[in-house]
Design a binder for this molecule. Structure first.
Ligand code: SAM
Length: 214
């Protein structure tokens, strides 16, 4: 049976994805796997897919209208190394993504859910961060950005203190696929014009066998 649902040839069936992704079947080709959470209209994901044809990219997005725009753009550009799934990213990371199989995660401007009673809806919470660590290969990077001060004050210590992650000295690092200074996503471009604060950080998945440092 195909992994792909009929909406777009690039769209994965969510139920099949949540029951466990097989990257070879999803992409039909070998290579590193990178996942972007909450892609919006896909500006970053599509730019990376075009720049790195040997990398396999999965975009996760809940909003169907955004997903359709991103898919249409990917199809028009003839990108063969990108797939999309409509899912709650927390569920997908917890249930769908195999152990030690992801080479990079990108989470840019995740919804901050500012009201306290909604904080439980945030992407960055300890159980999800544990699943990010479980699904990353040793040496893989998690790149994060937000404009939201209070959410950043939750995210930064959660990742800095997690035993499986070590922070890179600066956002991006050597393996980052784009010039890190330029606006990376639609929201980042919008926030730059508005002059909002930008918080960004990158963390590397430690090798389980290596002693943790700092
Ligand atoms: C503030 S927007 C940022 C979009 C894009 N990353 C950018 O920087 O332009 C957050 C995006 O995450 C999506 N999103 C929020 N919660 C999600 C979840 N649990 N699973 C998947 N996508 C989610 C929203 O639909 C929205 O497109």
């Amino acid at each position: 049976m195909s992994e792909i649902a009929p909406t777009s040839p690039l769209r994965l069936d969510p139920e099949r994805a949540l029951s466990g992704l097989d990257w070879e079947r999803v992409f039909g080709s070998p290579g590193p796997v990178e996942v972007e959470i909450g892609i919006g209209k896909g500006r970053f994901l599509l730019a990376v897919a075009a720049a790195r044809p040997g990398v396999r990219l999965l975009g996760v997005e809940w909003a169907n209208e955004y997903l359709r725009i991103a898919e249409a753009r990917a199809e028009r550009r003839g990108l063969e190394n990108v797939r999309f799934v409509r899912a709650d990213a927390r569920e997908l990371v917890a249930r769908g993504i195999p152990d030690a199989s992801v080479d990079a995660y990108y989470v840019f401007y995740p919804d901050p859910w500012p009201k306290k009673r909604h904080h439980k809806r945030r992407f960055f919470q300890r159980p999800t961060v544990d699943h990010l660590a479980r699904t990353m290969r040793p040496g893989a990077c998690l790149h994060v950005a937000t404009d939201h001060e209070e959410y950043w004050d939750q995210i930064e210590p959660l990742l800095d203190r997690h035993p499986d992650f070590g922070r890179l000295p600066e956002f991006g690092g050597e393996s980052f696929p784009m010039p890190a200074d330029a606006p990376l996503t639609n929201f980042e471009a919008k926030y730059e014009v508005q002059g909002r604060n930008r918080h960004r950080g990158s963390w590397r998945r430690r090798d389980a066998a290596a002693p943790s440092r700092g």
